[in-house]
Design a protein around this ligand. Structure first.
Ligand code: GLA
Length: 390
């Protein structure tokens, strides 16, 4: 079985064997796309993600050392660490693994040392949640190997707290949820206030879903992300002071926001305006999908792009450019996907327009930015699992 560019399961197993002189078990957890519902998760709103056919693959075996010994194939780096708080490793990729172990421990479980060799084919910094894939792989694997019986929601929270406490990103729950709960051929609508979710079969006949990766990742993306979250929480606090029923910003409407307009900064107002608008767009898209009304789905995607670019201000020149090219080529829907500040656009495009869209985007983008965007066709796939190699 092939896993990524130059890797397959057998090679992963034999690299583990060479290093640790033993056989391990293989686990995987995927990255995600999100059709619509961006920056809504930490505002108690709806998201609409699906897991993809790209993920992290780890060969793991418990050891008796009380230490984690980890080798990243992609970075060609090896590190070891104990499971004590003060032993946070220096390698950023290892912090995710360390964080997952610590977060499991904090919940009262005993984590043993283990050996691991891992790799992945989720493009880094492209907004497809490679870090959630990494966290979910190890959370899922340790839960299984140590028979901890932690439910999948809590595994997702373990990944989320890893981001908060060990990686500096105050993210919501969407990425870890999608990576753990993904189901082939289905998107999932999650209400992030109640954690209720529903699978929606997603097979838009006559359309393709394709990601165009700008291959840019702007610096300080995580502090800008955290700043957006603060703006939303501030707006929400002001609204809740008048409307105690408002627990999350997504509970508010524009009338409530306008009541506090004079009390908050213009920036916070714009951020909140985007979030309130995004809630309805997700609901519209879910309804439209059930009717097979792809025109409405696409219109809302463009609406989200506008909001993320002009109100939430998490787009960039490269993403706006790809969005414009999509419009010119008659693409049904297009928008920046994920946190923003670089990464991909997600595009819903009629099959007959696909080839022209891709060719035009490549030519125009490279004329302007000096390199082509990367193209990824979206295949909605299963979530975290153990891989049976027998
Ligand atoms: C990142 C975060 C998610 C979510 C998205 C934006 O992917 O990890 O929690 O907030 O950005 O929708």
């Amino acid at each position: 079985m092939k896993i990524g560019n130059n890797m397959d399961i057998n090679t992963l197993q034999s690299l583990f064997y060479q290093r640790f002189n033993n056989q391990g078990t293989i686990y995987t957890s995927p990255g995600r796309v999100n059709l619509i519902g961006e920056h809504t998760d930490y505002n108690g709103g709806f998201v609409f993600p699906g897991a993809i056919d790209k993920g992290i693959y780890a060969c793991i075996r418990l050891n008796d050392l009380d230490r984690v010994r980890a080798y990243s194939i992609d970075y060609d780096q090896y590190t070891e660490f104990s499971l004590r708080e003060e032993d946070k490793p220096a390698e950023h990729w290892a912090c995710y693994i360390f964080g997952v172990c610590r977060e499991i421990q904090k919940r009262g479980y005993t984590v043993h040392g283990f050996d691991t060799v891992f790799c992945g084919d989720v493009p880094l910094g492209a907004g497809m949640s490679s870090s959630a894939a990494l966290e979910s792989t190890f959370a899922f694997a340790l839960n299984d190997l140590l028979h901890l019986n932690i439910d999948k929601f809590e595994l997702a929270r373990i990944g989320q707290s890893t981001e908060h406490n060990y990686c500096g990103v105050k993210c919501g729950i969407m990425d870890q949820f999608a990576s753990l709960f993904g189901k082939a051929g289905n998107l999932m609508r999650l209400n992030c206030a109640t954690m209720e979710y529903e699978y929606f079969p997603f097979n838009p006949k006559g359309y393709k879903v394709v990601l165009l990766d700008t291959v840019v990742k702007h610096e300080l993306a995580s502090s800008a992300y955290n700043k957006r979250r603060e703006s939303c929480e501030n707006a929400c606090r002001h609204i809740a002071a008048r409307h105690p029923e408002v627990k999350f910003l997504s509970d508010a409407d524009m009338a409530m926001l306008n009541e506090v307009k004079a009390e908050i900064s213009e920036e916070d107002y714009l951020r909140a305006e985007y979030v309130i608008g995004e809630k309805q767009r997700v609901l519209d898209v879910c309804d439209a999908l059930q009717r097979g009304d792809y025109k409405t789905v696409g219109d809302r995607m463009y609406g989200t792009h506008y909001g993320m670019s002009k109100l939430y201000e998490v787009s960039c020149a490269e993403l706006d450019f790809l969005n414009d090219v999509a419009k010119e080529c008659g693409v049904t829907g297009s928008r920046v996907m994920g946190g923003g500040f670089g990464g991909c656009t997600i595009n819903l495009v009629k099959e007959e327009l696909y080839d022209n869209f891709i060719a035009t985007a490549k030519t125009k983008f490279s004329a302007k930015f000096g390199h082509e965007p990367k193209i990824y066709d979206v295949v909605i796939s299963n979530g975290a699992r153990k891989i049976d190699v027998s």
